[in-house]
Design a protein around this ligand. Structure first.
Ligand code: FES
Length: 591
């Protein structure tokens, strides 16, 4: 069956059931008659003014995460316009569609609680709607992992575009940016070093434009990881949100998406074991957010890859931190971009990378590095011979307090506290901590170790970024800047301190952390990769028997689904039913 186009000629595109699944004909709604389904679909889309000629093109979906609640994606309209231009220049038909958008500060109880929901939304809308490739526009912390998780499960060609970093602001001539400086200034305010008027003035300067946090927080980390995975336009990680470079990257993203659709470059051809190993190297070398490993684990899990944390730690010992960005270093994302962005870093890491990993351009990572040209003098990406930290940013700890592992961002920790034994000061949950941490009579000294329970995947729930426990007020006012802090939660990638995170299994499902008591001795040895509760196995078992823990539950809704199916940090905090059915390879370990 053929039918007339808007210009009156016969459309070469048939609506018979024998049509190859391509473009607008993909994934037809089931009315029991495929020909009728396509006929109906075309009738409706023509209501928006499309011609048959337009509907013959490869369809490129654009996941639009613009939202008034998400200023990190405030440039989404301009990016979508540029992506559409790129798609049309390459002969495709752009179709943008909304998905959930998640902003860190507008997500209650925590953005991580919603990441998997966003990944399900992304996956199912890619599946449900006809598209030959998809452009994922994300940026704020949980959005890029959610999109890559969903797209990995959906399986069609996919390319990531990030919104780009915000500009830095200035407070009394000091350069400031979200959110390392948010925490630093709030710490000063808590310690009575600045007054309410000044903290109010700082508040106006921390976020100087739309875009994602300007330091090496989770958003920047995930942008760099996406480029290292090869799932992004080369050079696409670092351009700030409000620059011409960002718009050009968007246009190029659209063009590449059409090429990927035409060549059938599905996401599994890009997100290989080698690509994940490259991403792990980059995570370590950028001093990236600790959240990055959780997200990488979750994305890899969708494709049947299991991350070996001990092997990651071995990688960490041979991968120095080279990128001098806050919170591990001094600079901001816009400086990284001017310093050449990811190409400058990847050149230094070359001997440690799988240069034969394929990227969305159809060329390998090594070929793209050649195309990026020679490096130049700059002071943001250090040479391998002169790192800002001699090992990778993240160390993996083991011990009787964390049988499933825990991590510490060693590059942002105080050297004096990396080998430390101290008395536990225990908070049972976030509310308990909020009520007592600033109490004048809290029994605490600077040598103690603060322990916060029940902020893990099911505990809070959603594993909030509450692992950055504040220094108790009376110690902060006495000038204490850092203490060893331990929890089963996460912390913002923009935070710094001697902070042990992701203790697995979490307290809320009966991990050993649940049985730590005030006054227990705890030993942290980053050099020895050890996190130990200094009590006997018998005593720990007796405490567990005396205080059995019941996994949290809920009556209904998403919360019920979340609490019943969320996995632990070592499995990416994904829902168990969303991971690939079988593990086909452990990474790192690619040949
Ligand atoms: Fe969106 Fe930091 S709050 S990236």
């Amino acid at each position: 069956m053929t039918h007339p186009t808007s210009s009156g000629s016969a459309a070469p595109h048939s609506t018979t059931p024998d049509d190859a699944e391509f473009g607008i004909s993909r994934g037809l709604t089931n009315y029991g008659d495929k020909g009728f389904s396509l006929f109906l679909r075309k009738a409706f889309i023509k209501g928006a003014g499309y011609t048959d000629s337009a509907l013959e093109r490869p369809v490129i979906g654009i996941a639009n995460t613009g939202s008034a609640y998400n200023p990190c994606h405030g440039n989404a309209p301009q990016l979508i316009e540029a992506v559409k231009r790129g798609i049309m220049l390459a002969g495709g038909l752009p179709m943008d569609f909304p998905t959930i958008s998640v902003h860190e500060s507008f997500s209650q109880p925590t953005s991580m609680y919603l990441r998997n929901l966003m990944s399900m939304d992304t996956e199912e809308m890619i599946r449900a709607q006809p598209m030959d490739a998809v452009v994922l526009i994300g940026g704020c912390d949980k959005t890029v992992p959610a999109q890559l998780m969903g797209a990995a499960s959906a399986g069609i060609p996919a390319i990531q575009l990030v919104t780009g970093s915000m500009l830095t602001g200035s407070h009394r001539s000091e350069r400031v940016g979200a959110c390392t400086d948010c925490r630093r200034y709030w710490g000063k305010f808590r310690a009575d070093e600045i007054d309410a008027e000044e903290i109010g003035a700082v508040n106006n300067q921390l976020v100087a434009s739309v875009g994602t946090c300007s330091v090496m927080g989770t958003a920047s980390t995930m942008a760099c990881i996406a480029e290292a995975l090869g799932i992004m336009v080369p050079g696409g990680a670092s351009a700030p949100a409000v620059t011409a470079d960002r718009i050009r990257i968007a246009e190029e993203t659209g063009t590449l998406a059409v090429q990927m659709a035409k060549t059938g470059m599905t996401i599994d051809k890009v997100l290989t074991a080698k690509a994940f190993e490259n991403a792990m190297r980059v995570l370590l070398a950028i001093g990236g957010s600790t959240n990055g490993i959780v997200h990488l684990t979750a994305i890899a899990g969708r494709l049947g890859f299991e991350v070996d944390l001990k092997a990651l730690d071995r990688m960490s010992r041979e991968t120095p931190v080279l990128v001098d960005l806050k919170p591990s270093g001094q600079h901001y994302m816009e400086d990284f971009h001017k310093a050449g962005g990811m190409a400058s870093l990847l050149r230094e890491l070359k001997p440690l990378l799988h240069l034969d990993a394929l990227t969305v351009t159809g060329r390998t990572l090594g070929e793209e590095l050649e195309r990026a040209g020679p490096g130049f003098a700059q002071d943001v990406v250090r040479p391998f011979s002169n790192p800002i930290y001699p090992q990778g940013g993240i160390a993996v700890l083991q011990g009787n307090l964390a049988p499933g592992g825990a991590i510490i961002k060693q590059s942002a920790a105080a050297p004096a506290l990396m080998e430390h034994e101290g008395r536990a000061v225990v908070f049972e949950n976030a509310e308990d901590m909020a009520q007592r941490i600033d109490a004048p009579d809290l029994d605490v000294t600077a040598d103690d170790i603060l322990v916060l329970k029940n902020i893990g995947p099911t505990g809070a729930p959603g594993m909030p970024e509450a692992g950055y426990l504040p220094i108790p007020m009376k110690l902060a006012r006495a000038g204490v800047k850092d203490m060893v802090r331990i929890s089963d939660g996460r912390m913002s990638g923009t935070a710094a301190g001697t902070i042990v995170l992701h203790v697995t299994p979490e307290a809320a499902i009966g991990g050993p952390l649940a049985h730590v008591r005030n006054g227990d001795r705890i030993r942290l040895s980053v050099a020895g990769r050890e996190l130990s509760l200094l009590i006997s196995d018998e005593e720990l078992a007796a405490r567990a028997a005396a205080s059995p823990v019941t996994r949290p539950s809920a009556e209904r809704g998403y919360r019920k689904l979340f609490l019943q199916t969320v996995t632990q940090a070592d499995q990416g905090v994904d829902f168990d039913f969303l991971r690939a059915a079988t593990v086909r390879q452990t990474i790192p370990g690619a040949k």
